[in-house]
Design a protein around this ligand. Sequence first.
Ligand SMILES: Nc1ncnc2c1ncn2[C@@H]1O[C@H](COP(=O)(O)O)[C@@H](OP(=O)(O)O)[C@H]1O
Ligand SMILES: [Mg+2]
Length: 444
Amino acid sequence: MGGLRLSAWAAAPSPCPSSATARGFPRSPSDWRGLRGRRGRSRCAPSSPPSASPALSLGAAGRLRVGADREWLWDCRGGGLGGGGGGKKDYAKEMEAAVRVVQVACTLCQRVQDSLLLADPGSGSGGVHSKLDRSPVTVAEEDDKTLSSSDGTALLESVVAAVNGCLVEAPKYGLRSPEKDLGPHDVLQAIRKCSSTGGPKGRFWVLDPVDGTLGFVRGDQYAIALALIEDGEVVLGVLGCPNYPMKKEWLNYHQRYYRLMSKVAPPTSGSWNKGCVMYAHKGCGQAWMQPLVHDFGMLSWHNSREVQVSSVSDPVSATFCEPVEKANSSHSFTAGLAHSVGLRNQPLRVYSMVKYAAIARGDAEIFMKFARAGYKEKIWDHAAGVVIIQEAGGVVTDAGGCPLDFSRGVYLEGLDRGIIACSGALLHWRILQAVDASWNSSTL
Ligand SMILES: Nc1ncnc2c1ncn2[C@@H]1O[C@H](COP(=O)(O)O)[C@@H](OP(=O)(O)O)[C@H]1O
Ligand SMILES: [Mg+2]
């Protein structure tokens, strides 16, 4: 589930070349047009394979900058949207705020998830409701219509209590707590401000408060995804992944431990390092990750470390991720693609945009999503993940090789068949070729 938040001020012109350009990818969708694909589609991908080296490293490398009086995220000098020289905007302030609020949101969601897991799953209690499309929606992502209805009073109370419970701890995230608790009216007002419908002009935040709602209610992976869009371009993205540990090796251990412990004792949110927050801004050529702030901790930028995509370009050693739910992406089509490209590893099926996080930090090499015909992908399900993968050195396009278009409202309009994210250009090219070769005989 997602939403849009329109910020208060108008757009500044986007000054920098896209990170894709800097890595030898097309400057804009129009640079690639003219190449015709099968079935008369406009194709963006080149017809010959790119070199085997992964699409890593920009000249515009940022670096961590930590001041004595105040900690900063980084300084993206020397290129891109660059701060420092040229009087260009560097988005450090926006990024700092975005990471802090995503950290708060992660804490809130962890608490709600813990309470869901404690509730009897068969009883329908614990705050799980049903969206019209029959997917679950939880107290962590209620909309204002539901909350302001007469039936929604109890729900609103629990939302307000959850929000205040987190805001009181705002200082540990480097934020100010409100002087007094928010009331139901304040919370509804805040939710109602999320009314943007996106588009090609202006500046707005895109938020998916709980991406992968099914994973969330099942005690599995989910993400909190926040991105800033300016004049149709994603300029920064933050992905909170409360159940995705800093190290891949901790993942299985964590899941087993968590499931076991939640049966015998109430879970203690954040009592150990089980999640991470990733962030990047366009043109910086770097993406970062920091651990979730746990119960007795404080947010510190010293805990951030840079992440990069995998350098694996041989399909034999590569792993692809896809949605857990067959209804969201055709597993049989991706299995066919995997076979024809020579991928041998089992797919990594993960809920939510955690898949983007996995690619960005090198835990897997490929993400593919092929939704059923007629399904329209929403910008909040991809914006944050796309910029993070790109800045970590990867490539994200539709199945025709064109960049995803965030400028046309709440949907990724014009998307060609599916979404392909890869750690490097060669794997990406191979997948695109395989899609072309098998699309006409597929049932999609
Ligand atoms: N029929 C469908 N086909 C493709 N995607 C769908 C879908 N129904 C829902 N989704 C999207 O897939 C997201 C979950 O991704 P994944 O399947 O990778 O876990 C959902 O996000 P929400 O859970 O935020 O609603 C929703 O936006
Ligand atoms: Mg979503």
